[in-house]
Design a protein around this ligand. Structure first.
Ligand code: 8Y7
Length: 295
């Protein structure tokens, strides 16, 4: 969407030709401009918009709205990663997301599925989704097996611990080095299993087993992560606790401005893709910033 309205995208420059490509199923995303991934939660208990989109038709409408607002990718999730969220069984997770996948498969932008379950990965890949977004970073041979033979884009996210215990007492000697090392190791494991490098994207996993100070250090060293591995970088800070702590906003829906500011900072410091709830606000901010950036 944004591509059509941003003039300088039609005039390739040297900078553009060196932009990373992210191969995602039916799409090859040229990351020469910021990309926005819109979040479609199909869980009854998400902290930020839980339960709003449990009705499949409401969720599908919401996805179309995000695309109209400029979303470049839609990320569909059927399992909450909230620390106290109940585990969802495979069949419930599939039941939640399948109607949306079927309705949105030809929506014109890549479809990403946020899941940690290898069985779910296999099933949605059979349907033709473009991206698997695993908050576990494909940290099991079964998960690697489930995605290796496809042509889907893979987002490798770092998490310390499990969603149930990750925020209990996160510890690092050097958070940037340790996150970078994990991401590099997982990228290597996937490539050893036959995954093309172009299919990979990295994510430091803000808030996943990290204190506010860890999140701050990671944010301030984003370019180290992307430069070190020369892979695309996706980040998700939208409406998260860290934004609430910084701004003093208890309610997730009051964290929009803080989230937009964090997304802009990240895009200016090494991130290629931002995963957000508030697509319209984020896209407006990016367009305004890009207008002044362009020659
Ligand atoms: C992230 C994510 C969540 C993130 C990626 C939330 C599924 C919590 N956060 N995936 N998922 N990166 N790649 O606040 O930061 O949306 S769930």
């Amino acid at each position: 969407m944004m591509q059509n309205t941003m003039q300088h995208d039609t005039q390739p420059t040297a900078e553009h030709s060196s932009a990373p490509i992210w191969q995602c199923g039916r799409y090859a995303l040229e990351l020469s401009r910021p990309y926005v991934m819109g979040i479609l939660n199909m869980t009854p208990d998400s902290f930020s918009d839980g339960g709003q989109y449990l009705d499949p038709q409401l969720a599908i409408d919401r996805a179309h709205q995000m695309i109209a607002d400029g979303a470049d990718i839609i990320d569909i999730g059927g399992e909450s990663t909230r620390p106290d969220a109940p585990k969802v069984c495979t069949c419930d997770e599939l039941r939640r997301i399948l109607p949306a996948i079927e309705a949105l498969l030809d929506c014109g932008v890549p479809l990403s599925i946020d899941t940690q379950k290898p069985y779910v990965m296999r099933e949605v890949l059979k349907l033709g989704v473009d991206i698997i977004n695993d908050v576990n970073g494909f940290n099991s041979p079964v998960a690697i097996d489930a995605v290796a033979d496809s042509n889907a884009g893979l987002c490798i996210m770092h998490m310390q611990g499990t969603p149930q215990d990750m925020q209990a007492d996160p510890h690092y000697t050097d958070v940037v080095a340790e996150v970078a090392q994990f991401l590099g190791k997982q990228a290597q494991r996937l490539m050893t299993a036959g995954v093309a490098r172009e299919r990979l994207c990295l994510d430091p996993g803000f808030g996943f087993g990290k204190t506010l100070a860890h999140n701050q250090t990671l944010m301030q060293n984003l370019s180290q992560l992307s430069d070190k591995h020369a892979l695309p970088l996706l980040i998700g800070v939208s409406r998260k606790r860290m934004i609430g702590t910084i701004t003093g906003r208890e309610h997730a829906t009051e964290r929009v401005s803080g989230s937009v500011a964090a997304a802009l900072w990240a895009l200016q410091h090494g991130a290629h893709i931002v995963r957000v709830h508030d697509v319209a606000q984020t896209v407006d901010a990016i367009r305004t910033w890009q207008f002044f950036e362009s020659a």
